[in-house]
Write a protein that binds this ligand. Structure first.
Ligand SMILES: Cc1cc2nc3c(=O)[nH]c(=O)nc-3n(C[C@H](O)[C@H](O)[C@H](O)COP(=O)(O)OP(=O)(O)OC[C@H]3O[C@@H](n4cnc5c(N)ncnc54)[C@H](O)[C@@H]3O)c2cc1C
Length: 377
C-alpha cells in the first residue's frame, strides 16, 4: 500500500475504533497499565493487519516500505494510544531478529512481538559498561556443541521484568579483544538462572531493571549472527533507534506542545517560550524526515545520526522546560492527574540525554568523525 493511502485509511480506521483503543486509565497511569494498554492495542492492530504493514512477509508481515510502520507508531503516539518509548522497542528489536536469527526462529517469534503476545528487552548495558559498550564482560562459554552457558549482569534493561525474551550481548572472546569478542544471543527470560530486579526511576516508575545470569544454558541455535559477530548485531540497531523511533517521539512531543498551548497563558512570554520549543521540534522533524527517507532508500546510516540524537534530546528538554516555565508549580507540586502526568513526563525527559547514547558521547562523535576535530587519543 502507498503511504498516502495508508495514512488516510489508517486514520479513518483509528477514528472508527477510537472507543475500543482508548486507554482505560487517566494519564500518566501506572507502568502496568501502560504496558497492558500497549499490548492490547498491538493485539487489535495485528488482528486488523495495521501493525503488519512494513514488515517482511516471511515474519508474518504484509510487506511494503518500513515507513508504513513508522507512520503507524507516530499515529499511535499522536493519539496517546501507546507510549512511544515502550512501543518503539519493537522497532529496535524485531529487525535484529529478522536480520540475524535463523529464518524459522524469526518467523516464529516476530509475529508474537507484533501481536502483543510477547515483550522483549535489550540486554546491552552493564554496571561497568554503558558508553563504552565494547568493554562488556557478561560471559558466554560453550558447553559441548549444542549449548552456551551465560554468567554475568546487565543493568538499565528496559521492561526486563515484563519480558519474555532478551536480545543479549555477551563476551565470548578475551575482554581486550573489545568489539571483536562479543556474541549476541536471543534468551528466553524464563530460563533457569535468569533473575530480574526492577530499579526505580526518578519519576517513580520501575521501567528498567538489573538482570542477573547465573549459569544460564542457552541453545546454540539461539545465537544471533556469527560467533564473535555481536558488534554487527549491536550496530544494526542504530539505524532504527535513530530514525523510526524518533519519528514516534516527535509525534508525541508535538502532541505535548499542543496540550501546553491549550493551557498556557495568552501572553508574549508564553508565545516566546512555546515558539522556542516549537522551533527545536521542527528542526528535529525536518532532520528526521531526511533520515527516514535515507533509510527507506536503502542508504547506510552512520555517525551522522548522532546529530539526530542530539536534536531529539534538545527538543525533548525544550518541550518540558517550556511546560515547567509556563505552568508554575505544576511540575513540582500539583498532585492532580494532569499535574502528575506533566511531572512524570518532565522527569523522564531528563533521560533523553542518556538513553541510546549520551549527549556528551554524541557530541564527541560529531566533533571527531563528522567535523574532523581530532582523534579519541
Ligand atoms: C531510560 C533509560 C532506558 C535505558 N534502557 C536500556 C536498555 O533497555 N538496555 C540497555 O542495554 N541499556 C539501557 N539504558 C542504558 C543506556 O544505554 C546507558 O545509560 C548509556 O549508554 C550510558 O551509559 P552509562 O549509564 O553506563 O553511563 P557512562 O557511560 O558511565 O557515562 C557517565 C557519564 O560520563 C560521560 N562520558 C562517558 N564516556 C565519555 C567520553 N568518552 N567522553 C565524554 N563524556 C563521556 C557520559 O556522557 C555520562 O555523562 C537505558 C538508560 C536509560 C536512562
Amino acid at each position: 500500500m502507498e503511504m498516502a493511502e495508508f495514512r488516510t485509511e489508517l486514520h479513518r480506521w483509528l477514528d472508527a475504533h477510537a472507543d475500543e483503543l482508548e486507554p482505560a486509565f487517566s494519564p500518566p497511569g501506572t507502568l502496568d497499565e501502560q504496558i497492558a494498554q500497549m499490548q492490547r492495542v498491538k493485539a487489535i492492530l495485528f488482528e486488523a493487519d495495521w501493525i503488519r504493514y512494513g514488515w517482511p512477509e516471511r515474519v508474518g508481515g504484509l510487506g511494503g516500505s518500513p515507513m508504513l510502520r513508522t507512520e503507524l507508531g507516530a499515529a499511535l503516539a499522536a493519539r496517546d494510544l501507546a507510549d512511544p518509548g515502550l512501543f518503539s522497542l519493537i522497532e529496535v528489536l524485531a529487525p535484529t531478529l529478522i536480520d540475524f536469527a535463523p529464518a524459522e526462529l524469526a518467523a516464529e517469534v516476530v509475529p508474537r512481538l507484533l501481536s502483543g503476545a510477547e515483550i522483549w528487552c535489550q540486554g546491552f548495558s552493564e554496571p561497568g559498561t554503558g558508553s563504552d559498550l565494547a568493554s562488556l564482560t557478561c560471559r558466554a562459554e560453550p558447553e559441548g556443541d549444542a549449548t552456551w552457558v551465560i554468567n554475568g549482569q546487565k543493568v538499565w534493561t528496559s521492561l526486563a521484568q515484563y519480558s519474555d525474551r532478551c536480545v543479549l550481548l555477551t563476551r565470548t572472546g578475551p575482554v581486550d579483544a573489545r568489539h571483536r569478542g562479543i556474541t549476541a544471543f536471543f534468551v528466553d527470560m524464563d530460563t533457569p538462572g535468569v533473575s530480574v530486579a526492577p530499579l526505580e526511576m526518578i519519576n517513580g516508575q520501575h521501567e528498567f531493571a538489573e538482570v542477573f545470569f547465573d549459569n544460564v544454558a542457552v541453545p546454540a541455535d539461539r545465537m544471533l549472527g556469527d560467533l564473535h559477530g555481536g558488534w554487527a548485531v549491536a550496530m544494526s540497531i542504530l539505524p532504527y533507534e535513530r530514525s523510526s523511533c524518533f519519528w514516534q517521539r516527535i509525534a508525541y512531543l508535538y502532541r505535548r506542545l499542543e496540550k501546553l498551548v491549550e493551557v498556557a497563558p495568552d501572553d508574549d512570554r508564553a508565545a516566546e517560550v512555546i515558539g522556542n520549543a516549537f522551533v527545536q521540534l521542527h528542526a528535529l522533524r525536518a532532520r528526521s524526515r531526511v533520515t527516514q527517507h535515507r533509510l527507506a532508500d536503502g542508504q547506510a546510516l552512520g555517525a551522522e545520526t548522532s546529530i539526530d540524537k542530539v536534536l531529539v534530546a534538545t527538543a525533548e528538554h525544550a518541550t518540558y522546560d517550556a511546560a515547567r516555565r509556563l505552568l508554575p508549580g505544576v511540575v513540582e507540586m500539583d498532585d492532580s492527574a494532569t499535574g502528575a502526568a506533566w511531572r512524570s513526563e518532565y522527569l523522564y525527559s531528563r533521560a533523553a540525554t542518556i538513553y541510546g547514547g549520551t549527549a556528551e558521547v554524541q557530541r564527541n562523535i560529531i566533533a571527531r568523525r563528522l567535523l574532523d576535530l581530532g582523534s579519541d587519543e
